[in-house]
Design a protein around this ligand. Structure first.
Ligand code: MG
Length: 451
């Protein structure tokens, strides 16, 4: 049964007047795809017209409104093609398996904690900045738009997007790097793997199994990257990293939507914080192109609306590029099942060569001007110190841990030695929100604080 109803799935992308449901009126003349695909000229045409699509609506006809139902492509994830859950469960009554995954993620403790975890700016710096939860929702929005256009499984795409950062430490990438540094002698710390640990083991919500017991397809999507050493311990899920295979298209789309989301919202947050200026961004082609259009179309627009209008068009531009390039790659590869997608030598979801180049240019700009801004660097250096000191204190004396975690650490040490103890401490720290980590640090190391 390939037809899915979107009745349970919240507002469709068409109902949300968002920045990034691709919009035909504003769509730029795209130069997709390029050298990446050998059949570029022909596939470009077929990507835009999709002559043989069995859908009631040609999915890439941007003039058509998104329908409430559509027929999934044969290579989309479906309940019937699913490799199932680790702990068998009866099928859900009024939802698909992937809708159930999404719903479990939304109810997870780790999801709620994302509210108070940093994206780039520490949560207490201002109420308007993205946090991990708003980032995850923006990723889901962008990914769902692409999934619907490509006739992929929207609920699975949404579930993967909402779960992709569940294992993130406090303090963004600085926190992740610091914890990885601390854990180096004990097996390292990878936030993708930690997201998987959260949904497989750490969440405690169900009587019959640990974790959320998500489908294979969702877990496969959450585990974006993984070292070969860790992949060997992951059984079926680790296989693709050893055999150089791909995840399903829903996972590939969520992965690229993550990049698109943070690149664009970091421009917005960076400008809001006064750390980057519109003038500097004019050297960045993705920004410049939309800026010139907006300024000529709406002269005299105030800066806030100007910036937001430019960013919504940037997202639209790159998302349209992603959809058309991916469809063209699909047309060339002709996968007939999700298994065919997994066997491809490289991901089918991709930006065009030109799109990738411009997107990378924006990333480089953000790295140099925002992530290396002295105010951001000060924050990351504080964060690194806080996490290092927390780790050392707990690792050297597990009696400092709250009782529940101390018990876990002692049991883990009994079973797996010092690596087990370190992992339990890392689990405790990774679960912290920014402000909890700051508070815990003070309670542990500041003698004037209550313990
Ligand atoms: Mg992310």
């Amino acid at each position: 049964m390939n037809e899915i109803s979107r009745g349970h799935g919240g507002p469709s992308s068409a109902e949300v007047d968002d920045a990034s449901a691709p919009d035909a009126r504003d769509a730029p003349p795209l130069t997709v795809p390029s050298a990446e695909s050998p059949a570029s000229a022909e596939s470009r045409v077929s990507a835009q017209s999709l002559p043989s699509a069995p859908s009631p609506r040609p999915p890439l006809d941007p003039a058509a409104a998104a329908p409430d139902t559509y027929v999934l492509a044969p290579y989309a994830a479906t309940d019937a093609q699913s490799r199932g859950r680790r702990h068998p469960e009866p099928p859900p009554a009024f939802r698909t398996e992937f809708q159930r995954d999404r719903d479990r993620i939304i109810h997870a403790n780790a999801f709620r904690r994302l509210v108070y975890k940093t994206q780039v700016f520490v949560n207490h710096e201002g109420d308007l900045y993205r946090t991990r939860v708003t980032h995850s929702i923006e990723v889901a929005q962008i990914a769902r738009s692409a999934a619907v256009a490509l006739r992929l499984n929207e609920s699975l795409t949404e579930a993967i997007s909402l779960a992709h950062d569940l294992g993130h430490t406090p303090f963004g990438h600085a926190g992740q790097d610091a914890l990885n540094e601390c854990m180096k002698p004990y097996g390292g710390f990878e936030h993708n793997l930690q997201s998987l640990r959260v949904v497989d083991e750490l969440e405690e919500r169900y009587a019959e199994f640990p974790g959320l017991n998500l489908t294979f397809e969702c877990r496969e999507g959450i585990l974006k990257h993984c070292s070969v050493r860790n992949a060997r311990n992951l059984g079926e899920l680790g296989e693709r990293f050893l055999l150089r295979r791909q995840p399903g298209l829903e996972a590939q789309i969520a992965n690229l939507a993550d990049e698109i989301a943070y690149n664009n919202h970091d421009v917005d947050d960076g400008i809001r914080a006064g750390m980057i200026e519109v003038g500097e961004l004019l050297d960045v082609r993705l920004f410049r192109r939309q800026y010139d259009t907006v300024v000529s179309k709406y002269p005299g627009l105030g800066e806030r609306r100007l910036v937001h209008e430019v960013i919504r068009r940037m997202i639209n531009f790159i998302l349209t590029d992603l959809i058309l390039t991916t469809q063209s790659n699909i047309d060339a590869a002709q996968p007939r099942s999700i298994e065919d997608v997994r066997l491809q030598p490289k991901p089918l979801a991709a930006l065009s060569v030109a799109g990738r180049e411009e997107h990378t240019e924006l990333m480089t700009f953000l790295r140099d001007r925002l992530y290396r801004h002295y105010k951001v660097v000060r924050m990351t250096s504080k964060a690194r110190r806080v996490l290092r000191e927390l780790f050392d204190a707990f690792f050297n004396d597990v009696n400092l841990l709250p009782t529940e975690y101390r018990t876990l650490a002692q049991a883990a040490e009994k079973a797996r030695g010092v690596d087990g103890r370190a992992r339990a401490v890392a689990d405790y720290i990774a679960g912290m929100t920014d402000r909890f980590a700051i508070g815990e640090h003070a309670r542990l190391l500041d003698p004037t604080e209550r313990s």
